[in-house]
Structure formats: C-alpha cells, structure tokens
Design a binder for this molecule. Structure first.
Ligand code: DX5
Ligand code: ZN
Length: 214
C-alpha cells in the first residue's frame, strides 16, 4: 500500500517536527491540501507555506488542489518539485487539456472526484491519467466520517481500470483509519491518504506503518 499522510491535520505551529516524523516514517508521499474558500468552504495553506515544507520534506509531494481554475497554478506546483498534481473533475471544464498541461510540466496527473460525482464520467479520460483520487468525505475539512458508498465506487473504478487497460492508481482521501483502510485495500485501493488518523495519534509513525502493511 502507498501511504500519503495529509499535512492538514499536522501541528501548524510546529510543522518541522511533523515533517521530520514523516521523513523518518514508512510514508511514501506527503499529501498537501490547498483550499481557496470558493471551491470548498474552507481555506488551508498556500504556496509560501508549501515552499517551506517542500524544502525539508524528503517524501514525494502529492498536491491536492481544492480550488477553482487549478490549471492556473501548474507552474507553482511544478516549482515545488511536486510528484503528483490532483485536480478536481468538478473544477475543470477542459480536463483533458489540463491533464496534458500537467504532463508537459513533467508531473504525474490525477483527477479527483467529489463524493457525488460518478466514476462512469471518467470513461473517456481514464487512460490519460496516472491516478484517480476518490474523495471519501466531502472535501474541505479533516476528521470527517467516511462515506460508506465509497467502497462501491472503488470497486467500479477498479473494474473500469482493468477493462480499459489503464495504468491509473486509485487513491482515497477522507475518513481513512485502520478499519476503513483495510476495507478499501480489499476493494482495490492503491494509495491511502490519512490526516487525523495519523496526526491525532500518540505514535503517528505506528499508524503509518499499520496502513502501509494493509
Ligand atoms: C479533506 C482533505 C483531506 C483531509 C483528510 O478535504 O482533502 O486530505 O486531510 O482528513 P482525514 O484523514 O482526517 O479525513
Ligand atoms: Zn486531500
């Protein structure tokens, strides 16, 4: 399992301590949630903070843009040295072009679906993306309850990927813990994002290790 802890639940008054922990841990990626207060009803952190984080993080950066017009920010995301750029299906009227532009910038490209957006809408883009991020809560906040219907969406997406020969990974984000993580792994997920489950723990590295070995 690929594990991508979400910095949204870290201690913002002492980010270095949390990033040092991530660097030492078995985490594969670091998940970075950018919010604009328009696409989602919350604002998190922006590029000045991400630049400081990128300088000290040794893991691959998995940038999740919960913003309108994400294509505008491809150069800034690239400048961070990001590995994966996630854009929302609901925020991209020209998704195919945006995916092309992310690839031209030298990054992996992922399309993200809100809980209400059906997997079948990916039929004509699934071969072009490196990953699909399924939101398993409504985006904007950490610590929310996992939406059970997400398990069916993972299965439907796994079926589409197998049928089309797509190489896309399946990532899930929201409400992931030891229990939901195990069921998501069984349903065919490749990448688990976890915020509060990791950073809310006394021993976050153990939680990362648990998810890693699911
Ligand atoms: C929510 C973010 C998530 C968030 C998940 O909009 O996209 O990455 O950090 O938090 P948990 O794991 O606490 O549900
Ligand atoms: Zn996220």
């Amino acid at each position: 399992m690929i594990v991508s802890p979400s910095l949204l639940s870290a201690n913002f008054a002492d980010l270095k301590t949390d990033i040092d922990m991530i660097n030492r841990s078995e985490a594969d990626w670091l998940h970075l949630d950018v919010m604009d207060g328009v696409f989602v009803p919350n604002i998190s952190f922006g590029f000045p903070v991400l630049e400081a984080v990128a300088k000290i993080c040794t893991k691959k950066l998995d940038v999740h843009l919960m913003i309108v017009e994400p294509a505008k920010f491809i150069p800034q995301v690239k400048a961070l040295g990001a590995y994966m750029m996630n854009v929302h299906y609901e925020a991209c009227p020209h998704l195919h072009r945006t995916i092309q532009q992310i690839h031209e910038a030298g990054m992996k490209a992922a399309v993200t679906l809100n809980p209400h957006t059906p997997v079948c809408l990916l039929e004509d883009i699934i071969r072009d993306v490196d990953m699909v991020l399924l939101m398993t809560v409504n985006p904007g906040f950490g610590g929310q309850k996992f939406i059970e219907h997400s398990i069916d969406k993972v299965k439907a997406l796994r079926e589409m990927i197998t049928r089309t020969g797509s190489k896309a990974l399946i990532e899930v984000d929201g409400g992931v813990n030891g229990d939901t993580g195990k069921r998501l792994a069984e349903a065919g997920v490749d990448v688990l994002v976890a915020g509060s489950y990791v950073f809310g723990a006394e021993k976050p590295e153990e939680r990362i290790s648990l998810l890693k070995n699911l």
